[in-house]
Design a protein around this ligand. Sequence first.
Ligand code: HEM
Length: 410
Amino acid sequence: MTQPAPSPPLLDLASPAFLREPYSTYDRLRVAEPVHRLPWGFIVLSRHDDITFALKDKRFGKTFAERMELRNGPEVMNEPVFRSMGKWMMWVNPPDHTRLRGLMTKAFGARRVEDMRPRIQKIVDDAIDRMLPNGGADLIADFSFTLPIGVICDMLGIPLADSHMFIAAVQNTAKLMDPVPLSRAEIDEANDHFNLMAEYFERLFEQRRKDPGDDLTSALIAASEEGDAKLSKEELTANIIQLFTAGHETSINLIGNGLLALHQYPDQLKLLRDDPSLLENAVEELLRYDSPVQAAGRDANADVEINGVPIAKGEAIVCLLGAGNRDPEAHTDPDRLDITRQNIRHLSFGGGSRYCIGAQLARIEAEVAFATLLKRMPDLQIDNLDNPDWRLTFVIRSLNTLPARWSSAN
Ligand code: HEM
């Protein structure tokens, strides 16, 4: 007698079809099993309300080491790259989290970030000047890539000429974030990237100690040496590296995913062209529609119940931010891009005490990028709207390339 074929898993995080188009899977999950257990123990949340609850409730924290060991074996925290990542603000708990966040928040204050707008405009204009004569370009490599790295290097007082090392490392880190096991070769590659960056920062810290500048590196070095909120040398290196990972890939993809979505909805693109005052709201809707960060992890530090499902102390959960954003209970007609949508409650910057520290910076980068492209390249066309070149990673949702053409330009 033939056995019935096993039914496919509700969620396969490594499936290329899922990685290209996760939203139909999210819809099925939300209905069939909104609190879903993956075979290797993670619990996946897909409803807006459940995710909001988990992001805000103090009974959920972070256990980076345990989570990595679960995924990659008991020795993984001896690897230099993981030891350092374990000191990133986004992975530690209070009181360390509160201390680090207090130090970092000063650099990301609304006023300070707004003051960066002219610099952001300059980076965007320079990229467009370089692309214009060619009549076509890859908007990821030639445009959106150049912006966040330029801004972070500026903030840290790092010459842009040195950024190639961080770019390579950051691209590698996207893989480390996914909740799937890594191979030995992947871990070795990540260690190599980390060691290069750590050596670079060792030299930079030495320089800035002798000759401080008006930059975040100098401010953090000063903070590391005085006051109550001291930073260790490892914390300093780790948290600067964290900014490249947290602020670069994410912002590139807000611009990349956003440009793709706008061109897939020509009516919305026209609306924005005709009424630039919609830009701020459009950025929020683009964040909701195709979030650059699809998931945030938490670990239960007490027994908790979510949506009637008991979660035991020590269990790890994955909040599917992209699924929450498309929950019909939170947003009407959620699969439609509507840049005039009101009361957008997207989860793309997370929530609670760990809400993204760079959210305002990312919003300004995207606003300047979209506004300037619309103005300077009025007939920009994307070549592969029906078959976008998605990179097959899960937590970071990103395009490999976004080929585009134009004929007239300003
Ligand atoms: C569109 C762009 C961005 C998106 C979608 C995004 C998304 C997120 C999300 C979802 C979290 C919460 C993670 C969690 O709860 O576990 C987060 C945290 C964080 N983000 Fe962003 N981010 C973006 C841009 C930036 C930028 C530009 C920076 C800095 C240059 C940055 C720095 C951080 C940091 C340091 C944290 C950790 C906050 C904490 O743990 O207290 N992000 N981001």
